[in-house]
Design a protein. Structure first.
Length: 138
């Protein structure tokens, strides 16, 4: 189901909440009209009663949804550097440490979740452990 701010305008929600406050609509009917639960209804009522004039359910995204080209490049550089270490037979490193990569990026001011690092690793082919099989009789 779509979010409340996408289904109704602020004015529509104000009218329904005002009708509830004046006793014109029962709680169950308000919940049914807005398709929300009891807890969400009382959260909205609390906000509405605090300041009915500026009441709004508009949602503003707080986090940006895209990384800049410079950040993408830096993530790729860090992953390719880790790939070289994993593929180097002289070193005991046998798998990728995505959390360590994320921590190194954070020190450079690039704060991304581990899942983002993993997704970029998949795109670049910097994922998983190279399988080391023993050759010989079973």
């Amino acid at each position: 189901m779509r979010q409340l701010h996408k289904r109704f305008a602020d004015e529509q929600i104000k009218v329904v909440l005002q009708a509830y406050c004046h006793g014109l609509l029962p709680r169950a009917e308000v919940q049914h009209i807005l398709s929300i639960g009891k807890t969400r209804l009382f959260e909205l009522l609390s906000q509405y009663r605090q300041d009915a004039e500026s009441f709004s359910v508009a949602h503003e995204r707080t986090a940006r949804s895209r990384l800049s080209a410079a950040e993408e490049t830096e993530i790729g550089r860090a992953l390719l550097q880790q790939k070289e270490l994993v593929q180097d037979k002289r070193l005991p490193i046998s798998s990728y440490n995505y959390s360590a990569i994320r921590d190194r990026l954070a020190k450079k001011g690039i704060n991304v979740p581990v899942n983002t690092v993993i997704n970029r690793a998949k795109r670049l082919g910097c994922q998983g452990s190279p399988t080391k099989r023993l050759v010989g009789p079973r």
